[in-house]
Design a protein. Sequence first.
Lengths: 293, 784
Amino acid sequence: MILPKFEFHEPTSVAEACDLLARHRGKARPLAGGTDLLVNMKKKVMSPGHLVWLGRIPELSRLERSNGTLWVGAGVTVSDIAASEAVAKAVSALGQGARALGTPLIRNLATIGGNIGSARPAADLPLSLMVYGAELVLAGTSGERRMPIAEFFKGPGLTTAREDELITAIAVEVPRGYSGAGYLNLGIRKSQDCNIVNVASFLELDEKAERIRTARIALGSVGPTPLRSLKAEKLLVGAKPDERLFEQAAQAATHDCTPILDFRGSAEYRRAMVDVLTRRTLAMAMAEARSRT
Amino acid sequence: MSDHRVINSRLPRLDAPVKATGRAVFIDDMSFPNMLHAAMLQSPLPHARILKIDTSRAERLPGVKAVITSKDAGLVRYGVSPARYDETVFCHDRVRYVGDEIAAVAAVDKETAEEAVGLIKVDFEELPAVLTIEEAMAEGAPQLHAEYPRNLSAEVHQEFGNVAEALKTCDLTKTTTFKNKRQDGAFLEPPGCIAVFDLDGRLTLHSSTQSPHYVQRTLAMVLGLPVGKVRVVKPYVGGGFGIKAAVNTGELTACLLARKTGKPVKFIYSREQVFMLCRARHQFVHRMTTGVKKDGTLLALQHECYLDGGAYSSFGIATVYYAGSLLGGPYKLPNMKYDGWRVYTNKPTCGAQRGHGGVAARAAWEQQLDTIAEELGIDPIELRLKNMMQAGDVTCNDLNMSSLGMKECIEAVRNASGWASKKGKLPRGKGIGMACGFFVSGAGYPIYRSDTYHCTATVKLAEDGGAVQVYSASAEIGQGSDTAFGMIAAEALGVPLDCVRVISGDTDFGVDLGAYSSRQTLMTGHAVKEAAEEVKRQVLEALADELKVPAADMDIKEGRIVFKNGLVDYSGIRSRYIKEHRGWSDSPQEDALTFREASRIAYLAKGTIVGTGKYKPPALGGTFKGAAVGTSPAYGCSAQVAEVEVDLETGKIVIEKMTDAHDCGRAINRTSVEGQMEGSLAMGMGEALFEEVKFDDRGRVINCDLAEYKLVTALDMPPVETIIVESDEPNGPFGAKEVGEGAIMPTIPAILNAVYDATGLRIHELPLTSERVHAALKARGIKQ
């Protein structure tokens, strides 16, 4: 398989990158790890005439915690996220997603920005970011803006970013005590899979650790974009957490998804697995929340 | 332990340094001056008439050197078995599957060649296609080949004993239907080749192949060249698993383009094209009825099998025979009836893959035997032991188990897995299961009818003394055969392995049918051993003349001459040697006459010392139709225990441990034997759990890459405890027999039986994806 012909650009600043994207509007794609883009180009699914490589922009690879916010540069690799203590401590479910993604070789190249920007419904990182309430920092020729990650996705491969815009960072407010999250994915084998279903759940308890104050559940691979299960969340908020409640919430989640049948799995199975994985990630979130009281 | 000095050890492989450092040369690493690159036009439709092919635009593209179609290639029919030559290089009137080859281009680079292929215009008239066995066999179905009516590529009808009568006397009969899925060989290295014609019209094809010999013959036949003008050379090969055991269209195409352009032409299959080439494991549907007595004695097997063959026959005739014949053992089975049908469909052609024909059949039957054991209240291991054949037994279909360490294998895995403390005692969701299997150590007959030797070997001593060169046309394809033959030569000659160099994979070095049907260790091993012994005889004879000591009173061991009747004065030889090497720093210092000195003396006395060896099996098997398929000079056998955990909510299976015992007769290289055992197991595990080539309703492969075609990854592999059982095969060189394929036989049924133990579910369709298991759990209303 041979890559189609393209022009290769190597900007050294975000501004320069956005200028290039603007200049070749509609014909340019940002290139980070290339683990999705280059494969699709080889398959001739995409053939952008210009690739704007982001690897020479140092500010994209920062990963730091300041003033209660974890900043993850869009160019941080998945393996760095998987290994990061800051991530493990503040947003453990993001680390779980990172460790579940692809293979070690892919994780060494793939970036968090790419995993979000490629807008694959089965992607491993967006779900936990959604339940943590993360925001994306987008830079374009007319300046910078922030948007909740959930508003970024429009459909498979489609986003609300403008053609001259880049994700430069992901900002996650570090959850307070009495909260926890969990991420699980189910594929065919143990690694290097496109997920059949993936789920992230987040729970925050009140100060007495008695009732659920906040609940967020995100479902992957069961709709054109990552989905929030508002029905399940509604059931959980204000309730006392127990197994029965989580079972009901997991059932509710199955009504908040729109799985399709494809060669990887049937809609029926995906829906059934939304149930199982929601229940299990809620239990993970609960266990972490209790450990952080 | 044996008193062998070289074999039966764990010596490092001869190719380890070059492979570990990335210096081993594979076909894609090779190039020649002025080499052109080829690309192929393949059918986008599963079944269509070709009305017109217009290559003019492709020919005009700058950089294109030749465009060929069936007009250039001719319509010589070829295939694997001469009984079913049903392929031509290019289609001329009809395409029969998505991927069927229509034309090819040679150009200055691959990009240009591929672009030119896109400029070839073909007018098709689409024909209705048959994509399943049922569609192909239906009344009035579209026919793929006029000369093979009812879309039957081959059918087999055999009966040994009297099954109907025997079933009447059984206390219990069990009927089940079982289905596997089409596999892909999924070797790391896609096939590829470079064809070079010299100025005298001699063709050399460098190719990633398992059988230089068969490729040589087919090239000569299709290209109309004398065999003597065709040489096939194999560089290092990244796996074959059966798929590379026959000529492929890419090889023929490169040769045709090289002949037309006068330049070397390279063609490398893409991964997508590998799925269209296929030639891998068929989809089988087995229906088996087994009858037993109350005490578990097996009396009869009635067996029907349908194979989805794809568009052409390839190895398929052998496959449909093997699917029946390989159930003749390893249990005593007095009555067996087999009816098999291999069906043409408008899909890529299936062929031979590791465990040829027998893997799905074995999976179906070994699971059924477990069901029977349970109904009779007999431990499945006891049922198997009760019916087990012994060395020297002959199956009802005339396969001679000249050695059979089956019982030892079963006992080994039973003990090592802790079977007694686990079977029936594990918590829900966890299970243990076992199964057995056996396989040929080389097919008893070549694929074309001939009295040819199956292999020849030449061992030559370097004239300088001390170095041994082994020449063979055998195929090292990653399995370690070069190392095995080096060790066999070293052992037979009495020298250390580092004296030996193995040069193989070249038809100039003789005849060798190649690396398929697990034949090389036994067959090529015999030829190499004979050649090495011949060389040894010549060296000792020369020494006998020189020292006036009878040759029978001498031997060579560990590179030294052993005098059986006490010391002999060899100082004359030593001083001659040292005088010949004045100024050299490595004069022999040993207090014994060395092989280096002895082989130098032999050369000085007789000229170049060369020994040749050859092997072909004796006449084997019965006289019934198809009796040849399944015969072998020896059979390897194995038993495995699988321990699994099944997630009762998701259906996901995790193999926690495999215990694997294989009887390889005598291990030539113990590490290589274990490598084959683990490799077989990994392949079987993939077929059991994940692998399936999937098609859309237009006959196109949906998952034609290794992201979506799911092999087991390193993470999926469980710990595997390998136990080598050595039965000392009387027909094998140093007692050796196969390990490369027999080791896959028990894997799938052991897993199936373990899944049953964990869930109470008998699943009769592969692969056991979490979705399939979940559906079965749900249907049975099983909750955690």
